[in-house]
Design a protein around this ligand. Sequence first.
Ligand SMILES: Cc1cc2nc3c(=O)[nH]c(=O)nc-3n(C[C@H](O)[C@H](O)[C@H](O)COP(=O)(O)OP(=O)(O)OC[C@H]3O[C@@H](n4cnc5c(N)ncnc54)[C@H](O)[C@@H]3O)c2cc1C
Length: 383
Amino acid sequence: MRKFDVVIIGAGIIGLTAAYFLTRLSRSKMALVERSPLPSGSTAHSAGFVTHQMWNPFNQVLAKRSVEVYREIERASQGRFLFQPVGAMITASRVSDAVRQEGVAESLRRLFVKVQMLGPDEVRSIMPGIKTKDIRVATFCPDDGCINPLEFLAVTSGIVRDSGRIEFVYDDALAVEKSDFGYSVRLAHRLIGCRKLVLAMGAWTNSFLSQFGLDLHTRVRRAQVVVTGMPPTWKGVPCYYDRSADFYLAPAGGASLFLGADGSLDETLEGPASFETSLDPSYRKIVLSRFKKRFGVNLEAKGGWAGVYTDSPDGLPLVGELSGYSGLFVGTGDIGLGLVMGPAIGECLACLVSGRRSRINHQPFDPDRFGTKGAKLGLLGRP
Ligand SMILES: Cc1cc2nc3c(=O)[nH]c(=O)nc-3n(C[C@H](O)[C@H](O)[C@H](O)COP(=O)(O)OP(=O)(O)OC[C@H]3O[C@@H](n4cnc5c(N)ncnc54)[C@H](O)[C@@H]3O)c2cc1C
């Protein structure tokens, strides 16, 4: 059996950024296990919307750090990865949403994140053609933006690979067993061992653990994206979220837009084992009609897809070492905003694994806060 100091399972945004920071923080012998050589997890299916405008201040801290990490990787990528600071505007029509947006802006100011409250004229100057009659409040963060997640995965895995510090192992993790040196991981084609194990398997993390009695109390949700062309008169639009009607748009590069509904149309699944990956016609219809209502423009869908993400009971991710399982770390519970928070979660995991002080207070993200019940782990994973 090959033995490593650290094994990370999952090369989505969380696992890869954990690997990226570990190449700097640790001289350990490390492996990154990913079952698919082509990007296939949630990160590869996301819309690329990155905003600081989260309602929870702890998540705002993660968002702020993630944008710094994107900037750092952009500098290292020599033009192959871009964080596009197109800004993001959020509008609120209901009183309760307006109050919430004001609270979001206030706590962002405390973090020194640039945020503006906009009146209807300013809203219209930023988003051409937008109907503002019902809008009570709009917030705009000029430092928000979007990324191409496939570029991010390609560039970051290139940097990690080029470091020569982490071995990439393309294999399916089936089970984990506690052993005298730490953990032995049964992959489909081999057995490997490690002292520390990081589970960054996205929506698959909890089902991997739960088969042997551990439960992080996260839920798997199915989300969809509709791809359309850009209305002909639009140029250089920011990302946009209509909080009251619940739909968002993100420029998709070229002349395309990604549209979606941020949660209200998502479905809770039993697990991520199998789910419908194509776009539902009913979802497409609802999202396009919400767009039409706000912008008065009929858009045609050019395509779309569905993917999964992980929700947590309190809307905060789960990041850290599981109590009672020394050396076993998880990074999950992205609440459908893993591009917003993932790079900071990855860095936090890298610090915890390498015994460094994390620049982010990880206590609010304690993975045991819901009472991780479970068998005293003998074997984890698929039997
Ligand atoms: C339709 C859609 C749109 C979204 N849009 C946005 C957006 O605009 N902005 C935003 O911030 N977030 C968005 N999200 C959420 C975002 O995609 C996720 O939060 C994020 O990608 C989660 O990253 P992750 O690293 O935790 O998981 P993943 O990217 O899923 O990575 C987990 C990896 O683990 C691997 N893996 C799993 N099980 C095993 C195993 N047994 N053995 C080996 N490897 C394994 C998988 O193959 C995968 O590569 C969207 C999600 C969806 C579905």
